[in-house]
Each structure stands twice: as C-alpha cells, then as structure tokens.
Design a binder for this molecule. Structure first.
Ligand SMILES: Nc1ncnc2c1ncn2[C@@H]1O[C@H](COP(=O)(O)OP(=O)(O)OP(=O)(O)O)[C@@H](O)[C@H]1O
Length: 592
C-alpha cells in the first residue's frame, strides 16, 4: 500500500506562499510582493525600483530547491527571486512583476537555470519587459556534467553552480558595474562551473506518494533536482569512491564541460540536496578537497559546504567545481547580506590543523611510563584481572548497545568497548603493573582519553577516587585495601553524579558488590572468596535494575513500560567486568 510522504505542512498547494511568509519573518532584510498566490517574489527590503542605482540581479525558477533562490536575496547577491510552484517555472506575469519591482535605471540581469519552462517563461518576460522600456540581459546557466553532450534541444541542466554565478553577478552589480559588464561576468562564471550529484533517495513532492524507484542499497549518480531519474543507478559505495567518480566526470577531458586543468585554482561547493546530515556533507567536502589537490593537481581556494540548492527532501549531495582566478575570488569573497550565503568563507585559508596544546606542567602520566620487565605476583594477578575485565566488556559490546538502544541512545556498548580496547593496548605497552595504585591511575587516564559519554566520566571519577584512596598510605597495595578503594570510588561517583542505590545506574551493580565484599571480609572469608561472592551480588544487582524506575541518565526520559523490559546497560557492564575480574583473580590464586 502506498502512503503519502510525511511532511509537516498544511495544504500542499500553499507550501510556497507559506514558506515565503516564514522566510521574510525570519530575515528582516527580505520582503515579498503582495500578489499571492500568483505572484511569489522575494525582494530586498531596503530598495525600490524608483531610486535603485545599481544593476538589479534576479534569479528564479520552480520552488522546492530552498534556500535557492530566495535565500540568496540581499545586498551583494540577488535583488529579487522569482518563485514558481514546486518544480514549476514561474509564469511570465510573475517574473514581470519582479522585474518591475526592483529594476532601476541601470537595468536588470536575469539569471536563468537551463530548463525549457524557465527559458520560455523568463524569455517571454524579458521580451515584454524590454517592450516596456526596461534594459534587460539574460544569462542561462547549464552546469550539469552528468549527461553526455548532444542531449537534444534542452541541453545541460542548471544545478547548484547557479548559486556561484548568482554570487559573482551580485557582487559585480554591487560594485557598480554596468549591465553589460555584470552580464559578461555572470556569463563567464557560468562557463567556468560544472556540477554533478549523487542521490540516496528520491524526493517527495508535498501531498504525493514517495517513489520506490530507488531500492535499498542503491544510489543514483548524475541526478536531476526535480525527482527525475539519475544518469545511472548503482550499488551504494563509500563516499570516497563516489567522489572519485563525480570529480572525474566533472573534470573529464572527453566532455570538456569545464575549462579546468591541472595547476588551476578552483572553488568547491558541496551542496546537500535536502536531507543529508551536515556530518556527511563535511566528510564529502574534506575528501573532495584532498582528491582535487592530489588526484587532479588543483589548488582549492574556497570550500562552500551546506544546503544551497536542494531537491525537497532528497538525501544526497552535488559537487560543483568552478575555476577561480583572482577576479572571481574577489566576487565570491565580497560582502553580502544574503542570509543563506555562507559567511566566513573568504580570504586566504588558515592551516587546517594545529597541534593540541599540552599542559604546562607534566603529570605522572606524561612521564615515560614503562611496563615492568618482570611482573611481581601481584602484578601478574592485576594484569589477569584487568585483561579479563576488559575482554568481558569487549564481548558485551553489541548486547549493551542493544539494551541502551531501548533505554538510552544506543551507544553504551560502543563507549565501553572504546575504553576496554584502549585499556588492553595501554596495559600491554606501559601500565606499571607492579604498582596497583599507579596502574589504576593509568586506567583512568586511558578512559579519560578515549571514552567520552556518561560512562566515560563516571569511570574517570571512579579511578581517580580509587587512586587517591590506594595512595593514602605509602605501603604496597594489599588485598585488604581494595574494598576501601571500591567504597571510596562509589562514594565519589555518587557525589559527583548524584545517583544513589536504586537510581538504575551502574552503582546498582557496584554498591551491593561493595557491601558483600566488606561483609564477607569482616566475617573472615579469604579475599578471593569474598571477591567472588561480591561479584555474584554485582550480577544480581545489575539484574534488579530491570525493576527500577530511572532517576539518573538518559533512561529518565523513557517510559516505565520500556524500562521494565530491560536492565540498565551501565549496570550490566559494571557487573560483567567486576565478575570477570573476580574469576580471573580466583583462577590466578588457584594456580599459585
Ligand atoms: N548519574 C549517574 N551516576 C552513575 N551512573 C550513571 C549516571 N547516569 C548514567 N549512568 C550510567 O551510565 C550509563 C550510560 O552510559 P553511556 O556512556 O551510554 O551514557 P549516555 O547517557 O549515552 O551519555 P552520552 O550521551 O554522553 O554518551 C547508564 O546505563 C548508567 O548506568
């Protein structure tokens, strides 16, 4: 059964006008012509055609590509944007209204994306405006590099490269150039830019059913931005491979779409198509820069990453590359009030990375620590306990993530895994295992370096408190000292984290364990037996969290019903490492 695509809208017919209303409320520098629903023009709020003494620059086309083009209206970029209905060119009368609203004595440049509807509507509007006495020039942008040449009448499509053309033209106009010169710069810019995209999903028009054209595990290369099929459907690949393909295609000498060759200076635009996370766009941007530099010998002067010309809610991105000499860079760097042009992308690039500052005073951890050549008996036991504990956590990664997926954010296993693997590595290379207190301190340092998350800081506090306790006396750490250290750690975690017994946290495994440990030692059990018995208390304590209401951590946001279906992942992890350590210590003692 087909369902309408989910959208947070009202009537699908009103999406463009309601978008414009929200846009001008958001950006006080913008206003719109009061001609809804036919006339949908966004224009600068600070000018009027009667007194405007610069060339007006107008771009427009079907809606559904926001922020293009209305988000690029502002001093230094577009003077007005003409909005059509979703994916439909605006009609002639609407375009004419825009021209009349902003064109002063210096005339108007229309920047038109190369689609039949846009060419015809903007073309006819141009003729009509000229007959009314307006001075008008038109530049058509067709930057698509996905399709082979000679595709019949329509030619190459206008894609995100149009935004760069808009910026060049807008800056030229703001600099006071004549219409002929502004048009010449815009035309030149349009000939220097090439674009190609990749899509992971098909966009959904408001009020319509989402197409299932693109199956799972597939992506489209060389897509259009109106839901039309891409040039090729291929298996999903890592973004590195996708970028290599796209960059080769844009810079192909065979099609010769853009006059860019090794040694040229270029700017890069990575344009999200509507529902691509910023994280993925930035990954693409970083990789594209490296590839352009190393594989194509190009100097990347500026990088624009974000959503500039979208296709409703399509997942994917397009890449545009524009050759950029000093004159183009000057136009791209020029100041603009257009709200959606990325600020801060101008001038010379700073080095991409600088060293992490180191603390002025070195701590013990910074000194050259080494693993002892010979391990003492206690060192061997400590090593076995740490190794078993870490491995138990590593083995539980998926289970913990699954539990945390139900009551938290699904990363508890991964966070603990990071800590455990690092502890194992660091232990092998430098933990001073013959000194238990210093080893616990180093475990804390490993945890602090890599874990993050709530459990990361909790275990950091835990280790610090244990270290301080074990260091209180200068005597070597004996088995009698561990229970006090555990108690001190629990007290510190409780003090800083605010949780107590019954709050459904890892303390619900450790508090009963600590209590049983003290109890058994007071009753005269040998430390090994006491440790083992206390680990059983840890396990049952962890299990009991299933019946607890959460009073700490992310689980507090989760309903009682869901909480009742699983135990707390942090408590399960704590019980697992504690139990594994106890078993390892027991087996070491038996072997002595
Ligand atoms: N205040 C607290 N005191 C002690 N333990 C806590 C506290 N809050 C949460 N926890 C424990 O931390 C575990 C979750 O650890 P995890 O690292 O997955 O945290 P998180 O909430 O996902 O945090 P982040 O978003 O920072 O990753 C919980 O299962 C619980 O046992």
């Amino acid at each position: 059964m087909a369902f309408q695509g989910k959208k947070l809208i009202n009537d699908p017919n009103d999406v463009v006008t309601e978008y414009i209303e929200g846009l001008v409320e958001t950006y006080p520098g913008l206003q719109y012509l009061d001609g809804f629903p036919e006339v949908k023009i966004v224009l600068r709020a600070d000018i009027s055609s009667a007194s405007y003494d610069k060339v007006a620059v107008i771009c427009g086309g079907g809606s559904g590509h926001e922020p293009a083009h209305s988000g690029f209206v502002g001093d230094g970029m577009l003077t007005a944007a003409v909005c059509g209905d979703v994916f439909a060119s605006p009609p002639v009368d609407s375009i004419l209204s825009g021209i009349r609203a902003v064109t002063g004595s210096k005339g108007c440049l229309l920047i038109v994306t190369n689609y039949t509807g846009d060419r015809l509507n903007f073309g006819l509007a141009t003729e009509q405006a000229k007959s009314e006495g307006y001075n008008i020039e038109t530049v058509i942008v067709g930057d698509d590099c996905a399709l082979p040449p000679q595709r019949g009448l329509p030619g190459r499509r206008g894609l995100a490269g149009t935004i760069l053309v808009n910026k060049v033209a807008g800056a030229a106009a703001a600099a006071g150039l004549s219409l002929a010169d502004v048009a010449a710069e815009a035309k030149h810019a349009s000939e220097l830019v090439g674009t190609m995209g990749v899509a992971l999903s098909v966009c959904t028009r408001p009020g319509q059913v989402t197409s299932d054209r693109l199956g799972p595990g597939k992506m489209e290369l060389g897509l259009g931005i109106h839901g039309e099929p891409g040039a090729a459907v291929v298996d999903l690949q890592p973004v590195d491979a996708v970028l290599s393909h796209i960059l080769k295609q844009i810079l192909s000498k065979e099609t010769n779409y853009v006059p860019i060759s090794s040694g040229n200076r270029v700017v890069l635009m990575v344009n999200g198509l509507g529902s691509t996370p910023i994280m993925e766009l930035m990954i693409a941007a970083g990789k594209a820069v490296t590839k352009l530099q190393l594989e194509h010998g190009l100097a990347v002067e500026r990088v624009y990453t974000g959503s500039f010309m979208t296709s409703l809610d399509m997942a994917g991105f397009s890449v545009s590359i524009m050759r950029a000499d000093q004159a183009i860079l000057q136009r791209l760097d020029a100041q603009t009030m257009a709200p959606c042009w990325p600020i801060g992308v101008s001038g010379k690039l700073a080095p991409t990375k600088i060293p992490v500052p180191v603390p002025a005073h070195t701590t013990k951890s910074d000194e050259a620590l080494t693993r002892p050549k010979e391990l003492s008996v206690e060192g061997h036991i400590l090593e076995a306990a740490i190794e078993a504990a870490a491995k138990a956590v590593i083995d539980l990664k998926d289970t913990l993530n699954e539990l945390d997926g139900k009551v938290g954010d699904g990363d508890c296993g991964s966070t603990m895994f990071r800590g455990a693997t690092t502890i194992l590595e660091d232990m092998r290379s430098y933990y001073p295992l013959n000194d238990a207190a210093e080893t616990i301190n180093e475990i804390g340092a490993s945890v602090r370096r890599v874990m993050g998350g709530t459990s990361g800081i909790i275990y950091d506090i835990f280790c610090k408190a244990a270290y301080a306790n074990l260091k209180e006396s200068s005597q070597p750490v004996t088995s009698q000292k561990w229970p006090d250290a555990l108690e001190a750690s629990i007290a510190a975690v409780s003090k800083y984290g605010g949780a107590r017994a019954g709050y459904r946290t890892l303390l619900d495994a450790l508090i009963p364990a600590s209590a049983v440990l003290q109890e058994r030692l007071n009753a005269g059990d040998d430390p090994c037996t006491a440790f083992l018995l206390s680990s059983e208390a840890a396990l049952s304590g962890a299990d009991s969290t299933q019946h607890m209401q959460a009073q700490a951590g992310r689980s507090t946001y989760v309903s009682v019903d869901i909480l009742a279906s699983v135990p707390d992942p942090g408590a399960m992890a704590a019980a697992a490492w504690y139990r594994a350590a106890a078993l390892a210590v027991e087996s070491k003692y038996k072997g002595l």
